[in-house]
Design a protein around this ligand. Structure first.
Ligand code: 8YV
Length: 320
């Protein structure tokens, strides 16, 4: 059932995902997900997409026999899932397999931010421990902080569990309150930001959350405020964040994601009170292998059983 079924991979994809798709299906590749690059042969053949790039409505419409888009990543803001649902096209993502990895990264980034650990290591490596003595005491600490989590999904919960074990009180904002968590719910992001001094953004990207972390939210965190983002750069008004860091409206920020990756604004590189990572939240060999397998497994399950493993909510009711 899968042999001979054409799967299109536009842009780059994890090599293990490519290998699996090549072994189980007919693998077609395209430089990028651009509707004008789709040949007549492709349009006739392609029944599935595996990708980690933007898949917009025009690209979906250029493939009339498309049945499924398997997104590499739990965040699928790059895929127009609403349009896919309208067209009866299934969309899958890669939840669960990366939850603990990303939560671990979030805690590491938070510690790096408040305790300046990367700067302290640079101090040692630059020989300054020898020439100048001890690294200055970090002005920040995790001790005494109250944590707000924006996005109480799988990863939000995993972060909350970890930080609760660190002895910190936890509160959260989410579209809806979550039944089975013991943390205080705030029905607005501004309300949450006013109640905490440490805000961790795990919310999905997309229109609904675009620039949700704005000047008012950052101000509400206060001068001791710390903002950590391991969700999507689009969720933050990056210019407002830079101003808040520059003028001391907040204390510090730890960022794994940015508005225009891989381009990080000079102004962010220039501020001392930011810890910056190149979108490595899920990027261990083992976790990326698990994500690649889930992409391939979703395609196999769809074409063999007529059901994917991890459909996104927008397309949960799409059937073959
Ligand atoms: C990936 C991610 O780097 O899962 C996600 O949502 O952001 C990361 O794990 C990304 O999706 C791959 O492009």
């Amino acid at each position: 059932e899968t042999q001979g079924t054409a799967i299109l991979v536009p842009g780059r994809l994890h090599p293990h995902a490519l290998e699996r798709i090549d072994a189980e299906f007919e693998l077609l590749t395209l430089e990028q997900a651009d509707a004008t690059l789709v040949t007549e042969e492709m349009a006739a053949k392609v029944r599935g997409i595996a990708s980690m790039t933007v898949v917009d409505a025009a690209f979906i419409d250029a493939l009339p026999n498309l049945e499924i888009i398997a997104n590499f990543g739990v965040g699928y803001d790059a895929v127009d899932a609403t349009h896919a649902a309208r067209r009866g096209v299934m969309v899958t993502n890669t939840p669960d397999v990366l939850t603990d990895e990303v939560a671990d990264t979030a805690v590491g980034l938070l510690l790096n931010t408040v305790r300046e650990l990367p700067r302290a290591e640079a101090w040692l490596r630059e020989g300054r421990w020898v020439s100048e003595g001890a690294y200055p005491f970090s002005r920040g600490s995790l001790r005494g902080r109250t944590v707000g989590i924006f996005g109480m999904g799988r990863i939000g919960r995993a972060i909350a569990q970890r930080l609760a074990a660190f002895g910190l009180p936890i509160a959260y904002h989410n579209r809806r309150p979550v039944d089975d968590v013991p943390y205080a719910y705030h029905d607005t992001l501004l309300g949450l930001a006013s109640a905490v001094d440490t805000l961790i953004c795990v919310a999905p990207g997309g229109e609904e959350t675009s620039k949700a972390i704005n000047e008012a939210v950052l101000k509400a965190l206060g001068a001791n405020g710390v903002f950590v983002n391991i969700g999507r750069g689009s969720t933050v008004d990056e210019a407002a964040l830079i101003r808040a860091l520059e003028d001391g409206a907040i204390f510090a920020a730890g960022l794994d994601v940015f508005e225009d990756e891989p381009n990080v604004p000079e102004a962010l590189l220039a501020v001392e009170n930011a810890s910056l990572l190149p979108h490595v939240g899920s990027a261990s060999v083992a976790t990326r292998q698990g994500m690649a397998d889930l992409v391939a497994d979703n395609l196999v399950s769809w074409f063999v059983k007529g059901q994917p493993i991890t459909p996104v909510p927008e397309t949960a009711s799409v059937t073959r």
